[in-house]
Write a protein that binds this ligand. Sequence first.
Ligand code: G1P
Length: 297
Amino acid sequence: MNRLPVRKAVIPAAGLGTRFLPATKALPKEMLPIVDIPTVQYIVEEAVNSGIEEILIITNSNKHCMENHFDRSYELEKRLNESGKTELEKMIRDISDMVNIYYVRQKQPKGLGHAVLCAKSFIGNEPFAIMLGDDVVINDDGEPALKQLIDAYNEKGASVVGVQTVAHDQVNKYGIIKPLGEIKQGDRRVKLSGMVEKPDIDSAPSDMAVLGRYVLTPEIFDLLETQQQGKGGEIQLTDAIVRLMDLQAVYAYDFEGVRYDVGDKFGFIKATIDFSLNREDLSDKVKEYIKELASQL
Ligand code: G1P
């Protein structure tokens, strides 16, 4: 069993963002802000707070401004400094100092499994994390979602996918797990016997969906290399993880935290409202506005 520490994370960000057109015609969807922070920054912060040391973002030709966001901006820092806005200057510099970020392009949009395969040489022979940018998870009172998965990995030395229960009529939007045996009351971790990518609602093996966090052993790469197209004609990560189960144990971990589907318009609106209610500088005004609106509905 592979017991190296989980040091690296992969963030696939090569999607076209079609659900947010026209905003994403020239702007990567990962740069759309929740209040004033781009969604990808929340993901990177979660990685850093989970102990990740190096991040690889899988991009395409339309994602330059994401690279600029995590780079130094000497001119902006100088101007902020000259105008005495030193707090802003520090905040801008901190973004580029957070962690080492590398980039590689996925040359063809062949699916999530194919995007992850682009990370093969960066990861090498270590266990690693995958974090999907559409799933922003906030766990104010506890450990970040990824840290919970890394802890589960460290206990078992085996791959772990992060799951939460979703409404039954939503199972066809996700990778759905098939637990091996009964899940005991209060058990967050369960061994898997299968997983299905976006099953039909009537044939889903459970209501527990993989929500954008994975810790996988590097054996996944050999499987991804030979993975045939699956759902939607794409090379699916889910299908390769199912094949991994023939070689090693794979677990699901029901992580704590509120997860927002920011790849969906309504999910994005909910995140914007919740995050602004949590901001000292905005919460009073937003609360007042929501009350006023609600009284007219
Ligand atoms: C991807 C995965 C799916 C997972 C989901 C979580 O699907 O393929 O298994 O449940 O992310 O957000 P996508 O939403 O990219 O179609």
